[in-house]
Design a protein around this ligand. Structure first.
Ligand SMILES: Nc1nc2c(ncn2[C@@H]2O[C@H](COP(=O)(O)OP(=O)(O)OP(=O)(O)O)[C@@H](O)[C@H]2O)c(=O)[nH]1
Ligand SMILES: [Mg+2]
Length: 407
């Protein structure tokens, strides 16, 4: 695969900026997530640098003083990779690289790197490779600096530029080729999906690491890979599930993340077809995560990007075993009581109430409340199924508890 900035076993530092749109508390959370991403990619975060800026510097992203501070730190602690939370322009990336002389990655680059490491099937690898080339194309001028450095630079401008043009053409050809390859696989997969018949299709969607695969395993008794890292799942898995005697197809899909690189959304479009063609979405949320509401918003945004926002959606709040409300001292009269102090019971009375009937609180890991989950899914799948096969609705009682195998 191309331009893989492998950061395994690498000492890394993180850089973020505080702006009007990104207040300090948010940046803290973003950096936590970036650290988790770095860890997933195999790196170790040694330090975080944060700067307050009005607007990012167009040449170096952060101010020169801060950059100097980072340069000193990088030298002193033998840092291999500097990772920025925000997207860097090709120019910024090149300038920073010149000064720091180590690997410079932005969030998109890091996510692409993780996808590259984790893609195992040829389909996923092709999708990731396409995304990488598309990310690389506007950045080819950056590569030119490497050539420039090797050759001393002066007088090399002409041939260098031709070389960039050649590089660009090679990359464009490669992109065209990969697209063709994906098209072919897509058509095969479409036929496969067509062969699945008219069964109701349900897809698990949600932010990365919320427990989609774990839930899939529990519900379908399958063995999908789940672990406490980001993007454990890149390929879609589909299983047939039967509740009562009502059969449907359940698919586990790739997790979403804030600022999911557009290149990835694009090239994973066909993986996301599984979501697009689903009759019902189960939006899984990790309620124990302090930013779970932001996560819901990111997921909803990606769902609307792929035209899935108006589908039937059930909300599944997972990891209730791990949920801890912040405790407010009875004699603390200063701290304002916020949603961070809510119990799960109180959460149920918030905006979640408006979705009543379409919300369930579970722990996939401890198998808590799965009966309620099954009942809710059964109810919705039954509605869709009966709409499709009205003549055999007698087979399916209205509620799952009314089902007994003798019927
Ligand atoms: N405490 C707790 N942990 C859970 C629960 N469900 C899943 N987990 C853990 O959360 C981590 C992520 O689970 P996955 O099932 O891989 O999550 P995913 O949503 O499929 O993640 P991606 O495929 O990376 O998008 C694993 O370490 C699980 O063991 C739960 O109900 N409670
Ligand atoms: Mg998964």
């Amino acid at each position: 695969m191309l331009e893989k900035k492998d950061i395994s076993y690498e000492r890394a530092i993180l850089v973020g900026i505080i702006t009007r749109e990104q207040p300090e508390e948010k940046v803290e959370e973003y950096m936590d997530e970036l650290e988790f991403l770095t860890y997933t990619a195999g790196g170790e975060v040694m330090k975080r640098f944060v700067q307050r800026v009005e607007i990012p510097n167009p040449k170096t992203f952060i101010g020169s003083g801060k950059l100097q501070e980072i340069e000193d730190y990088v030298k002193e602690h033998e840092i291999g990779a500097v990772i920025f939370d925000d997207e860097l322009s090709p120019v910024q990336q090149r300038n920073i690289e010149r000064q720091l002389r180590c690997k410079i990655l932005d969030r998109t680059g890091l996510i692409l790197d993780i996808f590259a490491q984790r893609a195992t099937t040829s389909y996923a690898r092709t999708q990731v490779e396409l995304a990488q080339y598309e990310y690389l194309l506007p950045r080819l001028t950056g590569l030119w600096t490497h050539l420039e450095r090797q050759r001393g630079g002066i007088g090399m401008r002409g041939p260098g530029e031709t070389e960039i043009e050649t590089d660009r053409r090679i990359v464009r050809d490669r992109i065209a080729l990969l697209k063709k390859k994906l098209d072919k696989i897509d058509r095969q997969m479409e036929t496969q999906r067509g062969n699945r018949g008219a069964l109701v299709r349900v897809a698990l969607v949600g932010y990365t690491n919320v427990g989609k695969s774990t839930l899939m395993n529990v519900i379908s008794k399958s063995e999908v890979f789940a672990e406490n890292k980001l993007f454990a799942t890149l390929d879609t898995t589909v299983r047939k599930v039967v509740l009562g005697n009502l059969p449907f197809l359940l698919s586990d899909t790739v997790g979403f993340i804030r600022k999911l690189p557009t290149q990835l959304v694009e090239s994973f479009k066909s993986t996301l077809d599984e979501v697009r063609e689903a009759d019902l979405l189960l939006h899984v949320v990790d309620i124990s995560h302090p930013s779970f509401e932001d996560h819901i918003e990111s997921v909803n945004q990606i769902l609307s990007e792929i035209d899935c926002a108006d589908k039937n959606i059930l909300m599944v709040f997972n990891k209730i075993d791990q949920y801890r409300a912040e405790v407010l001292d009875a004699d603390d009269l200063v701290t304002e009581r916020t949603s961070r102090h809510y119990s799960i019971g109180e959460w149920k009375d918030t905006w979640m109430q408006r979705m009543s009937g379409n919300v369930v609180f579970i722990s996939a890991l401890n198998r808590e409340n799965l009966d309620e989950f099954r009942k809710m899914v059964y109810r919705e799948v039954r509605k869709i199924h009966i709409g499709r096969f009205p003549y055999n609705n007698f087979l399916y009682p209205e509620n799952l508890d009314e089902y007994s195998p003798e019927n």
